[in-house]
Design a protein around this ligand. Sequence first.
Ligand code: A3P
Length: 343
Amino acid sequence: MLFKQQALLRQKLFVLGSLAIGSVLYLVARVGTLDRPICPIESRLTPPEPEQIPLRTLQFKRGLLHELRKGNATKEQIRLHNLVQHLPRAIIIGVRKGGTRALLEMLNLHPAVVKASQEIHFFDNDQNYARGIDWYREKMPFSFPHQITIEKSPAYFITEEVPERIFKMNSSIKLLIIVREPTTRAISDYTQVLEGKERKNKTYHKFEDLAVDANTCEVNTKYKAVRTSIYTKHLERWLKYFPVEQFHIVDGDRLITDPLPELQLVERFLNLPSRISQYNLYFNATRGFYCLRFNIVFNKCLAGSKGRIHPEVDPSVVTKLQKFFHPFNQKFSQITGRTFNWP
Ligand code: A3P
C-alpha cells in the first residue's frame, strides 16, 4: 500500500517537474527571440494589407502605359494586358481659360483615369470630323479594361455643331465644364491672345477697347472673349441634346485655391472610387499654384503658359463687365444648381 502511494507520488512529481522544465525552456526560447529582427522570409510571408495589392498592380500598369506612350511596349504586351484605345467616357468640353488643363492633369492622378494628352478638336473641326470616328479612336491613349478615357477640347463648349455630334457618338457620355469668374476668364483669354501677338512682334488693342463699344459705351458682345463668358447661352444649346444631370460643373476658381474638394466631386460624378488625396497635390509657392505629386519620385507643375500675369484693367470696365455678366450667371446657377463666389 505504502509502496503504491510512493510510486504515485513519484509519478506526480515527475509530471510537475517536466511541466516546470518545459515552461522554463519555453520562456528562455521566447526571450531569446524578442530582440531578434524578423528574418526576411518571415516578413515575406506576412500577408500584405488588402489596399496594397491593387495599388501595386496599378503602379505596374501605369509603368506599362508610360512605356507604351514612349513606343517601347511590344504588341505582345498590348495583347497580354488587354490594352485598348477606348473612345472617351467623359469629355471636358470647356471653358477655354477656365482651368481645363489643370482639371485634366489632376484627374489623371486617379489610377482609373487615362487622359488624351493633346486637344483633339474632333467635334469642332469639320476637317477632323470628316475623318470619322476611327480616326478619333486612334487618337486615344491605350488603357486597361477598368480605366476610363477622358479628353479635353475647350472649343467644344462654344461651337454650334458639337453637341449634336457628341450626342451621335454617345448619348450617355459624361460632360465636364469648368468655369471661372466670367470677367477674369475674359481677361485671361485676352492675355493669351496678347501673348501670341507679342511673340510675333505685333501690336494689339487694349482689353478695354475690345470689351467696351466706344460708340455706345456698352459691353461689346461681339468680342469673342466676352461671348465665351456668357456660360448660360452656350449651355442652353447643349441642353437641347443632353439632360442637365449629364453635366458636372467644376468651380475653376476653387480648383486654383483648394483643388481636392473639387476633384472629389468629379470622382463621385464619374462613379470612381475616391483615390485622389491631399498627398497628390502640393502648393508650390514659386509658381503660386498647386502642383501634382504622382508618387515619391514623380511630380510636376503645369507649364508656364498656365497662370500668366494679367494686364491691369480699368476698374470701371471690370465693374461694367461684372454687372453685365451678373444676370447670365444667376441663370447659369439656376440651371446647374451650382453657386459661386462671383460678384
Ligand atoms: P491664367 O493663365 O489666366 O492664370 P486653361 O487650361 O483652360 O487654358 O486654363 C488656364 C488657367 O488655369 C490659368 O489661367 C490658371 O489660372 C488656371 N489654373 C488652375 N489651376 C492651375 C494650376 N494648378 N496650375 C496652373 N494654372 C492653373
